[in-house]
Design a protein around this ligand. Structure first.
Ligand SMILES: C[S@@+](CC[C@H](N)C(=O)[O-])C[C@H]1O[C@@H](n2cnc3c(N)ncnc32)[C@H](O)[C@@H]1O
Length: 471
């Protein structure tokens, strides 16, 4: 069976199964859908451009969570869904709006067609995840055809600014091979850097940072780069972008930050809101990414290359990507000579690190072609920074727990509301779990920092700073 036909069959069967009950809960696949809907619907509607009196196409209209609202303002509305019972239910709720046409069609079907330039707004919510990459691509092409071009104004001097003023967010869709290894990326996003984990780390390292010393070590290390306005900087493993904003804002450089973790880049984009500087972020694996030769003046990477297994190959790429005269600055964890203790070996394995001695990295940079290589053992500084970070967390223990409690509270409040209406006796259990969880975040951070301090004080875990030049 052709892939497209098979995909359609799978999706259709899935939705037939989930449309047995024609309710908001079934549509949103969530037992607390009405609570979610109250928050989500006004927010989504508030994001739409003006469509008063215009022609609107709603794809995946379902039982009409948005159809009625759209119909109240639109000139004409076509509501499309591929499950007959669902679109019929929509019609039974919203059929009194005489400007709405209800259609039962699969939006990927060539039968769904509109004349070129006939539609002002195409709306869909929670839909594209039910299409394959190919189907999204084809639909996007067809939608562009159906949409009108705004040709009313030949000249318009207005300087419209988004709330996210001066920060451009540009999504580039790239088709990648499905057999690409997503395992490590999933480890980063689901284990090492799940969203709450990033917030916890940021709390310790400081706003914008998830690496040793935060802004303090950033200022010290960046000062060594002699950055000039207009220079191009690549930050490899940029995390949530604190170092990139610092370089762009203070030195007028153009920064590209890449990170394999989707969570990190999402946080970085959010932090970019409203900043007046040029920073681009991209989800990318630095071991697979390519740039033309001689692209960057500086390659900067903080506490990231410990994840890279084939460091010599990456350093050779860095050498090629740098312009002549360009510099690389890297910091990362290292280890002492000899075999690691079982505890350290377990830590290295759990984190997916590949660690070497400080001097070995210096040699790898030379082998890649770099000159003027500086390889400094910064373990003493690492110890001092760790101790300071630990002291600050312990001093602010109550506030730390309180802040992260609030986070947890917002995550469980749906549970509570639900339980109040169902099994009252379970509320006490949920609250109890909630308190234990909060302590856990604090304990994980304090325990982790103490363990790092033990390893680095004994000299087993080390921290290195590397600077080198392409002559
Ligand atoms: C300790 S964090 C440092 C983040 C940032 N440099 C900072 O100083 O705040 C390490 C980062 O490396 C990223 N990373 C790991 N492997 C990567 C890869 N192959 N390509 C790009 N980024 C990677 C992780 O997702 C994480 O954000």
């Amino acid at each position: 069976m052709a892939a497209h036909v098979e995909e359609r069959e799978i999706q259709k069967n899935y939705w037939i199964e989930h449309s047995a009950e024609l309710t908001v809960e079934a549509m949103m696949l969530d037992s607390k859908a009405s609570v979610l809907d109250k928050e989500e619907r006004p927010e989504v509607l508030s994001l739409l451009p003006s469509y008063e009196g215009k022609s609107v196409l709603e794809l995946g209209a379902g039982i009409g969570r948005f159809t009625g609202k759209l119909a109240q303002k639109a000139g004409q509305l076509v509501a499309v869904d591929f499950i007959e019972s669902v679109i019929k239910k929509n019609e039974s709720i919203n059929g009194h709006y005489k400007n709405v046409k209800f259609m039962c069609t699969d939006m990927t079907s060539p039968d769904l067609t509109f004349s070129e330039g006939s539609v002002d707004l195409i709306f869909s919510n929670w839909l594209l995840m039910y299409l394959s990459d190919n189907e999204v691509e084809n639909l996007a092409k067809r939608m562009v055809k159906w949409l009108k071009i705004d040709i009313k104004r030949k000249y318009n001097p207005t300087r419209y600014r988004e709330p996210r003023f001066y920060t451009k967010i540009c999504w580039i869709w790239q088709k990648v091979r499905s057999q690409d290894d997503k395992g490590f990326q999933q480890f980063l996003d689901n284990v090492q850097y799940e969203s709450n984990g990033i917030l916890l780390y940021e709390r310790v390292f400081g706003q914008g940072y998830v690496s040793t010393g935060g802004i303090e070590t950033t200022k010290e290390f960046v000062a060594k780069l002699d950055l000039k306005p207009g220079q191009k900087v690549l930050d490899v493993g940029c995390g949530i972008g604190g170092g990139d904003f610092y370089m762009a804002e203070n030195f007028g450089v153009e920064v590209v930050g890449i990170d394999l973790s989707i969570n990190m880049i999402l946080f970085a984009l959010e932090c970019a809101t409203g900043l007046k500087c040029t920073v681009k972020f991209e989800v990318a694996d630095c071991t697979k990414k390519t740039y033309p030769d001689n692209t960057f003046d500086v390659i900067y990477s903080r506490d990231t290359i410990l994840y890279i297994q084939d460091k010599p190959a990456l350093f050779r790429s860095f050498f090629k990507w740098l312009k002549p005269g360009g510099k690389v600055l890297i910091s990362y964890y290292c280890k002492s000579a000899g075999s690691p203790s079982p505890e350290f070996a377990e830590y290295i394995k759990q984190r997916g690190y590949d660690l070497h001695y400080v001097e070995a990295y210096g040699q790898m940079l030379r082998d890649a072609g770099f000159d003027d290589v500086i390889a400094e053992d910064r373990t003493d500084q690492f110890n001092q920074v760790l101790q300071r970070e630990l002291n600050a967390v312990e001093k602010g223990k109550d506030e730390f727990i309180q802040d992260f409690s609030e986070l947890r509270l917002s995550l469980i409040c749906f549970d509570l509301i639900y339980l109040i209406y169902s099994k009252l006796e379970l509320i006490i259990c949920t609250l109890f779990l909630f308190i234990v969880y909060n302590q856990e975040d604090y304990n994980v951070i304090v325990g982790g920092w103490k363990a790092k301090l033990i390893r680095s004080s004994s000299g087993e875990q080390r921290w290195g700073l590397f600077i080198a030049k392409k002559n």
